[in-house]
Write a protein that binds this ligand. Structure first.
Ligand SMILES: *[C@@H]1O[C@H](CO)[C@@H](O)[C@H](O)[C@H]1NC(C)=O
Ligand SMILES: *[C@@H]1O[C@H](CO)[C@@H](O)[C@H](O)[C@H]1NC(C)=O
Ligand SMILES: *[C@@H]1O[C@H](CO)[C@@H](O)[C@H](O)[C@H]1NC(C)=O
Ligand SMILES: *[C@@H]1O[C@H](CO)[C@@H](O)[C@H](O)[C@H]1NC(C)=O
Ligand SMILES: *[C@@H]1O[C@H](CO)[C@@H](O)[C@H](O)[C@H]1NC(C)=O
Ligand SMILES: *[C@@H]1O[C@H](CO)[C@@H](O)[C@H](O)[C@H]1NC(C)=O
Ligand SMILES: *[C@@H]1O[C@H](CO)[C@@H](O)[C@H](O)[C@H]1NC(C)=O
Ligand SMILES: *[C@@H]1O[C@H](CO)[C@@H](O)[C@H](O)[C@H]1NC(C)=O
Ligand SMILES: *[C@@H]1O[C@H](CO)[C@@H](O)[C@H](O)[C@H]1NC(C)=O
Ligand SMILES: *[C@@H]1O[C@H](CO)[C@@H](O)[C@H](O)[C@H]1NC(C)=O
Ligand SMILES: *[C@@H]1O[C@H](CO)[C@@H](O)[C@H](O)[C@H]1NC(C)=O
Ligand SMILES: *[C@@H]1O[C@H](CO)[C@@H](O)[C@H](O)[C@H]1NC(C)=O
Length: 696
């Protein structure tokens, strides 16, 4: 009886299991399997990564969102979602799906968002397509990463006219023809990035009258000519092999607002619609230039390109005057223009005039040699101008144009060949906060230049630029600063690095800005501790100080109340650790200090452990010190250093003698003991032999 009692639960268990399998096959709602660790909150059931092989059936039947991502379902059986007739949102990313039953979504009348990314739906695509066709209300469909060809995609999307957003990213589409998106008249958002598309036939997008966003990034498109998607707002064709972008030459108004053509092989500025709302144009990393000035165009008609547009058996010829470049494009709404990493050698006359609202202009990494701002093209709305990494030798301003940069906030002139900046350029730049003029050959003007001076200039003056906060003068070959070059500014960030001798041994030229400075970089400027100790006591707001690569032999002085957080003292000539020079309080407040690559004396690193405890030394493992001729890592020093150091001060020969002495002594003692041990019997013998005589 006892045995039977024990077997009963087992039987029950088996029977239960058997039933479960039966039910599962019939896709019954009664499957009693546990909910796997699904998290159910409101109508949202999240069963991500629960190793489920089947759709769980014990979830609330009113669930409207079901997330089954990362479960090894393999197959989505017919009617397996029957228990959840109110599903609106179903996510099946990465479920190893290669088959979806024709009736899998039969009961899902409310489903409007279906995520099927990263499965293998190319395998039984016809059955999957049939399943999708049972979803008349579907609005959002993600089919990315499913190895689909254009034919499979066409079949799956057929008649899904309610779709608003489709992703076919990361598939194997190659050619888009008229049939693929047929009938998707509500589609607004189409993602086709990371396919192998090399050709788009004329009418492929014609039926997509609601299309707003189109992403074609990372494909193999060689050109876009006759672009006529007037309804489109956002077009991304970055990372293709485009050599041409040519909008249809028609008067129609385009809705285009954002065009990304970066990372292609464009040779000419794109021929944009004649009427559009374009506000962002991204042309980074192409081979573009302006050419009119480089060739002498005595006969302009020679400078045209003719495009043959072949569509079926119809051939149209479009003639484009390449030298007109931007002339026919509508740039009047453009605010953000990125032309970095191209071959631009100049900006043609009238170019900036066509872009009255331009606020960000990036010309980084081009071949500009001079920039003349003409009278009729004041870029008055400009807030950021990046001209870094060009070959600029000259910046010129038309006379009387002093107010043209009045909204400018950031001006990057890094890595050019400028000797100076025309005075008037900054005179009315009353909003400017950041100037990066590093890596030029400029010098600072010894005195304030007259304001109306706009000719070529061979110096720069920053005095009285009240709005200026951040200034980089790194690597400019500056000579020793005279009196107060930053007077009248409230600089918070200043970089004077790699200007050897710029401070001539003293930081007094910085006293004007000492109260405001927060970040100061004085790397490689040839500072030595010299006569006067470096004293940063007046720099009450300094947070970050870089003094690396100088010749400091002693620690700079700081006030206790300083808010310093980061201090870099690498590559100097320090021999002692900061323990004595800096107060405990200051050291504790510091968050990071760099101390390596200094010739510390091992005998002066006492108190090292205390520093170690503070955990502020960022390069702790690399700090070394010298003991006689040896370099020792400070972390490896034994505790009782000072004793060794007393010897170290003595002559080395003597030191070795002294080091050897204890061993010698030990040896001697050992010898004596051994000698005595062996000697004892001998003595006894002698004694015993002489015993008789001692009696006498
Ligand atoms: C489900 O049952 C049918 C017979 O009713 C059988 O042919 C099929 O193999 C079963 N499927 C599974 C997964 O057990
Ligand atoms: C559906 O669920 C996914 C995954 O949680 C979510 O990202 C998406 O926004 C939801 N879609 C809708 C339409 O609710
Ligand atoms: C779904 O049902 C149809 C028709 O009964 C059948 O042909 C198909 O194999 C089933 N699919 C799955 C995945 O069970
Ligand atoms: C799509 O709709 C057309 C016309 O309504 C119909 O003839 C065709 O069979 C449908 N295709 C599918 C796959 O449902
Ligand atoms: C265009 O698509 C690429 C690839 O997805 C992306 O990196 C880039 O940010 C997109 N451009 C814009 C403006 O969104
Ligand atoms: C173009 O030709 C004109 C006259 O033929 C000449 O004055 C001018 O210097 C030439 N320009 C260039 C860039 O060669
Ligand atoms: C172009 O092709 C269409 C059918 O594809 C034919 O009807 C038409 O006559 C052709 N036109 C010419 C000019 O060959
Ligand atoms: C060719 O030109 C004609 C007339 O200008 C126009 O109707 C037709 O759409 C054009 N075809 C192509 C492929 O651009
Ligand atoms: C430029 O600054 C000068 C003097 O600071 C001032 O007289 C002039 O009105 C300003 N011009 C503009 C356009 O703001
Ligand atoms: C400067 O910036 C302020 C605030 O950011 C803005 O209101 C003003 O229009 C800008 N331009 C000038 C010339 O002050
Ligand atoms: C200026 O441009 C250089 C090079 O492109 C860059 O490294 C630097 O961070 C820029 N400066 C500022 C202040 O943005
Ligand atoms: C540098 O300082 C020394 C002494 O402090 C002074 O004699 C010399 O004129 C200074 N050099 C320059 C270029 O200011």
């Amino acid at each position: 009886a006892v045995l039977e009692m024990e077997l009963l639960p087992l039987w029950l268990c088996l029977g239960f299991h058997f039933l479960a399998v039966e039910w599962r096959n019939r896709s019954s709602t009664a499957m009693a399997a546990s909910q796997g660790g699904c998290k159910v909150v409101g109508g949202v059931a999240d069963c991500r990564g629960q190793n489920l092989a089947l759709v769980p059936s014990g979830l609330p039947s009113h669930s409207w969102t079901l997330i089954l991502d990362a479960n090894p379902l393999k197959t989505l059986w017919n009617h397996s979602l029957q228990a959840y007739p109110r599903l609106e949102n179903l996510s099946l990313h990465n479920c190893h799906l290669d088959r979806i039953g024709r009736y899998a979504f039969q009961e899902q009348g409310y489903l409007h968002s279906l995520g099927l990314a990263d499965n293998s739906l190319s395998e039984n695509y016809k059955e999957t397509a049939a399943a999708l066709h049972t979803l008349p209300g579907l609005q959002k469909l993600d089919l990315s990463g499913n190895f689909l060809t254009e034919d499979m995609a066409a079949l799956m999307l057929q008649n899904l006219s309610s779709l608003e957003a489709v992703s076919l990213a990361r598939n194997t589409l190659m050619r888009l023809d008229e049939s693929i998106f047929e009938g998707l008249q509500h589609l607004r958002d189409l993602d086709l990035q990371r396919n192998y598309i090399f050709e788009i036939e004329g009418g492929a997008f014609d039926g997509l009258i609601e299309l707003r966003h189109l992403n074609l990034a990372y494909n193999n498109l060689p050109c876009i000519v006759d672009f006529r998607l007037t309804q489109l707002r956002f077009l991304n064709v970055s990372y293709n092999t485009l050599e041409w972008f040519l909008a249809a030459r028609e008067e129609a108004a385009f809705e285009l607002e954002m065009l990304d053509l970066s990372h292609n092989q464009l040779l000419f500025f794109p021929l944009l619609p004649q009427c559009s709302k374009l506000h962002t144009l991204l042309l980074r990393d192409n081979n573009m230039g302006f050419y009119r000035d480089l060739y002498n165009t005595s006969s302009p008609q020679e400078m045209v390109a003719q495009f043959l547009l072949v569509d079926g058996n119809v051939t149209n010829i479009t003639t484009v005057n390449l030298w007109e470049e931007f002339a026919s494009s509508d740039l009047s709404a453009l605010r953000f223009l990125d032309m970095s990493q191209n071959q631009f050698q100049y900006l043609p006359d009238g170019f900036l005039k066509k872009i009255p609202l331009l606020s960000h202009l990036n010309l980084n990494q081009n071949c500009l040699m001079k920039l003349h701002i003409q009278e009729h093209e004041p870029p008055g709305a400009l807030t950021e101008l990046d001209l870094s990494h060009n070959q600029l030798e000259e910046l010129r301003l038309a006379p009387g144009l002093t107010g043209c940069l009045k909204n400018l906030r950031l001006f990057n002139l890094s890595s050019n060949q400028l000797l100076g900046i025309p005075t008037g350029l900054f005179a009315n730049a009353s909003n400017i906060t950041t100037i990066d003029i590093s890596h030029n050959r400029i010098s600072l003007c010894p005195q304030i230049a007259p304001l109306d001076w706009v000719g070529p200039s061979n110096c720069v003056d920053f005095r009285n630029m009240a709005s200026l906060r951040s200034l980089s003068l790194e690597g400019c070959g500056l000579r020793a600063l005279q009196d107060c070059p930053f007077q009248g500014t409230s600089l918070t960030h200043l970089d004077l690095s790699s200007n050897w001798g710029v401070l001539n041994g003293s930081i007094t030229p910085l006293w004007d800005i000492a109260p405001t400075l927060q970040v100061l970089s004085l790397r490689n400027v040839g500072l030595s501790s010299g006569v006067a100790e470096l004293d940063f006591s007046e720099f009450g707001n300094l947070r970050d100080l870089d003094l690396s690569g100088n010749s400091l032999t002693s620690f700079p002085r700081f006030r206790d109340s300083l808010v310093l957080q980061t201090l870099d003292l690498r590559r100097n000539l320090l021999t002692a650790l900061p323990q004595r020079a800096m107060s405990e309080q200051l050291l504790r407040r510091l968050q990071t200090i760099y101390l390596s690559q200094n010739p510390y004396d091992c005998c002066q690193v006492e108190g090292w452990e205390a520093l170690e405890h503070l955990k502020t030394v960022a390069d702790l493992a690399m700090v070394t010190c010298n003991l006689s001729a040896k370099v020792i890592r400070v972390v490896e020093l034994p505790g009782g250093i000072p004793q060794d150091c007393k010897w170290e001060r003595v002559d080395t020969g003597l030191l070795y003698l002294v080091l050897i002495l204890p061993s010698c002594l030990t040896l001697l003692v050992a010898c004596t003991v051994m000698f005595l041990t062996f000697k004892k019997p001998l003595l006894q013998v002698i004694k015993s032999r002489c015993h008789w005589s001692s009696i006498y």
